[in-house]
Design a protein around this ligand. Sequence first.
Ligand SMILES: Nc1nc2c(ncn2[C@@H]2O[C@H](COP(=O)(O)OP(=O)(O)OP(=O)(O)O)[C@@H](O)[C@H]2O)c(=O)[nH]1
Ligand SMILES: [Mg+2]
Ligand SMILES: [Zn+2]
Length: 320
Amino acid sequence: MALTRRQQWRIDKVQSEKIARSNKASIKAESNVDNNEAGHKGIVITRYGQRQLVELKSGEIFQAVSRQNIGFSVAGDQVLLQTTKEGEGIVTAIFPRKTELKRQERLIAANIDQLWLIVAIEPHYQFELIDRYLVIAEDSNLSINIVVNKIELSKNSEQLESDFSNYQELGYDVHFLSVKNETNLKEFKTKLVNKSHIFLGQSGVGKSSLVNSLIPDLELRVNEISSKSKLGKHTTTNTTLYHIPSGGDLIDSPGIREFQLDNLSEKQIVNGFREFKSLAGECRFRNCHHINEPGCVVKEAVELGEIHPNRYESYLNILP
Ligand SMILES: Nc1nc2c(ncn2[C@@H]2O[C@H](COP(=O)(O)OP(=O)(O)OP(=O)(O)O)[C@@H](O)[C@H]2O)c(=O)[nH]1
Ligand SMILES: [Mg+2]
Ligand SMILES: [Zn+2]
């Protein structure tokens, strides 16, 4: 949908106000930089508005703003931090990223190796929502697997398994867990060693509970972070990185209520469905939308039962 001139004007105004505020903050911090200092390498653990928390190798956490024009740093970013006189800091550089996770053009987190889509029995998983998340994940070229949490609430385990067998056949790893009853947590933990992971999914599925169960003393850490950032601690409002004691990092993110994909092109959507990708080039028409064109091999595969009808239905609903 195109924006009206008035809407565009408002967006530009808000943007320029934001930039002005951030410039002011960085100029203020800049005046306190100790120039004798080379800077420390650190990792961004969370970001809120103009500010971020940067953790150094020593474990010390600094509240920092960014130097003007170095770009937007997010959880997982490796940065250079110059400490300022008040014990705060200024981020002067962002190291090149291995990976980026974006939503609606907005950077969410950096340097992630593995993305986990968390769904649950309550709120009950919906195939279309799962597929929307998978399209985003496929677009970011990150490895993605699925966790089904709260399985102790399931009344029909056969149905549960069959609901996810298609995803397993497509090559997604599916873990059935109950954080509450500690079911299958041990095995899941072994999958996390020495990599950087992000938990994504609807609000209330248990992302933070899972992080909690994987990181002892998390409560302490959460308290430290919320006292430094002055943010609340009971609901996840910020994407935050935590260290796994045995190695590796976990990024918890706030649940997203409305998952819009309207910035994805049709090509990105098709690529988000693994089982379509290999077929799509073989349709009679090069610009086939796989809706009702003659000679469409995707449609054919649906009719032959090679593509799951739920997935095809999701595809039709996700198309703009
Ligand atoms: N029955 C049951 N409840 C669980 C389980 N895991 C988590 N919960 C509960 O689910 C609720 C939501 O958990 P959270 O961890 O806050 O969910 P979240 O995904 O982090 O939610 P947002 O931060 O809003 O995105 C809490 O009341 C948890 O106690 C489980 O395995 N079984
Ligand atoms: Mg949470
Ligand atoms: Zn087609």
